[in-house]
Design a protein around this ligand. Structure first.
Ligand code: HEM
Length: 426
């Protein structure tokens, strides 16, 4: 009797489990087939997830141990829990490109709340939809009217010359501090000009609007808050990143005598056909071909922006895996810049790799992002760096011995501000 009872109970139990499994599978299978599999990975600790290890500092020309370990364990796309949200991290060039190109369709810019506090709620990196389109179109107009103007080009060259003048009797300079000083000078000048023009009413209708500030002050589509944010975007987004780019180029050139020599020859030949005191112009900039390769390589090795923040607006299927709606998505640019299957000798500073590169390069090289959020200031950053390098290589030699390495915190910083031994030429 006992035996019969237990065997019936076991049969009933197994049957029940089977039925439950059948119901679960038949319910979830279509969803599973539709979405594919969520990437492998781990959510880490409750609440903080894996955020602390994700943010742990490392040399900016390396992946860092978190990404290295996770890519080895789970592949180039993995799930995690970062910045208080379930997240898909992508170190895959194709997925990164897909994310950037589908901004506002499948994905949307989504910076963490503390960053909103720093940038302000009207910052272009924070706003989305129509407000973003409005601010962005103004930014693009401003950049295209400013970038090749002699007034702007002369101004940035004058600043470079002033910095070099201040170095002429020094043996050592703390490079990052020098560049930030320059920043304070520029931002106080901008504020003074805004005030002055306001008080003179130069922005009133009917005036010919020719420069950055005139266009900005007369843009009636902007609220006061947006106008201030706009200037801050340019100052914060622009000067910090541009001075970092200069620092990275100076560091890597200091470690690559062949690249420095070729760069110096390029600038000597440009200067030889101009008067000693004559300002550089847009045509000169266009002739700086090797300089462009040096700048690209400094961006690839230095990784000023390691990753950007997005969220999925819908369930997204890409290749074999799915990204659930509402999850955070982080395309990691540095991982693509340091991907050995895309770039040869990834750890070497080798500007020549950019010779004869075609447009398709932009998919494997995204220091300025891509798609509808592509950095509007990229050309300004490059021309400022090129003019700075022009005066530096023609007037100074420097050594980077014992210089601190750039570290990704993930924001790139030189621990000791990059002390350089400088020596004026001739
Ligand atoms: C080396 C220098 C620079 C680097 C590496 C850099 C990098 C980037 C990247 C990666 C983005 C895309 C962010 C995203 O997709 O979420 C971006 C956006 C932006 N950058 Fe830059 N940037 C640089 C210089 C500048 C300069 C000089 C300015 C202004 C004068 C500027 C203003 C902006 C603004 C306003 C955005 C937001 C664009 C949008 O959301 O539509 N940046 N930058």
């Amino acid at each position: 009797m006992d035996g019969w009872f237990w065997s019936s109970a076991i049969v009933a139990f197994v049957g029940l489990i089977g039925l439950l499994l059948y119901l679960i599978i038949s319910h979830f299978m279509p969803l599973y087939l539709k979405l594919g599999v969520a990437p492998k990975g781990s959510f880490g600790w409750p609440l903080v997830g894996e955020t602390l290890s994700f943010l742990s500092p490392h040399a900016s020309n390396t992946l860092g141990s978190f990404l290295q370990d996770h890519c080895n364990r789970y592949g180039k796309v993995f799930k995690s829990h970062l910045f208080c949200s379930p997240t898909v991290v992508s170190c895959d060039q194709e997925l990164n490109n897909f994310i950037l190109q589908n901004e506002e369709k499948l994905f949307q810019c989504s910076y963490p709340k503390p960053i909103h506090g720093i940038l302000g709620t009207s910052s272009m990196l924070v706003v989305v939809g129509d407000t973003h389109k409005r601010l962005r179109s103004l930014a693009l107009t401003l950049v295209s009217t400013t970038k090749s103007k002699p007034e702007y080009l002369n101004d940035i060259e004058r600043i470079a010359i002033q910095i070099m003048d201040a170095w002429k009797d020094k043996k050592e300079v703390i490079f990052c501090e020098e560049a930030r000083k320059a920043r304070a000078r520029i931002s106080s000048t901008v504020k003074a000009i805004v005030e002055e023009r306001r008080s003179k009413g130069e922005n009133s209708a009917g005036n010919k609007k020719s420069d950055f500030l005139e266009i900005l002050l007369s843009a009636n589509s902007l609220s006061e808050d947006e106008r201030v944010s706009f200037v801050l975007d340019s100052l914060l987004g622009g000067y910090e990143t541009t001075s970092l780019l200069m620092a990275l180029a100076v560091l890597f050139l200091g470690q690559s005598p062949a690249a420095l020599q070729q760069l110096r020859s390029e600038h000597e030949s440009i200067r030889n056909v101009k008067g000693k005191e004559e300002y550089l112009n847009w045509d000169d900039y266009k002739k700086m071909e090797f300089t462009q390769h040096v700048i690209n390589e400094a961006l690839r090795c230095g990784n000023i922006v390691k990753f950007v923040h997005r969220k999925a607006l819908k369930d997204v299927r890409f290749k074999d895996y799915s990204i659930p709606c509402g999850w955070k998505v982080l395309p990691v640019f540095s991982a693509v810049h340091l991907d050995t299957s895309l770039h040869g000798s990834v750890l070497d500073f080798h500007p020549w790799r950019w010779e004869n590169q075609s447009q398709s390069t932009c998919k494997i090289f995204t220091p300025f992002g891509g798609g509808p959020r592509f950095c509007p200031g990229s050309e300004l950053a490059k021309v400022e760096t090129a003019f700075f390098l022009h005066h530096l290589v023609l007037n100074f030699r420097w050594t980077t011995e014992g210089v601190d390495q750039p570290m990704a915190y993930p924001y790139v910083e030189f621990h000791r501000g990059m002390p350089l031994k400088v020596d004026r030429l001739g």
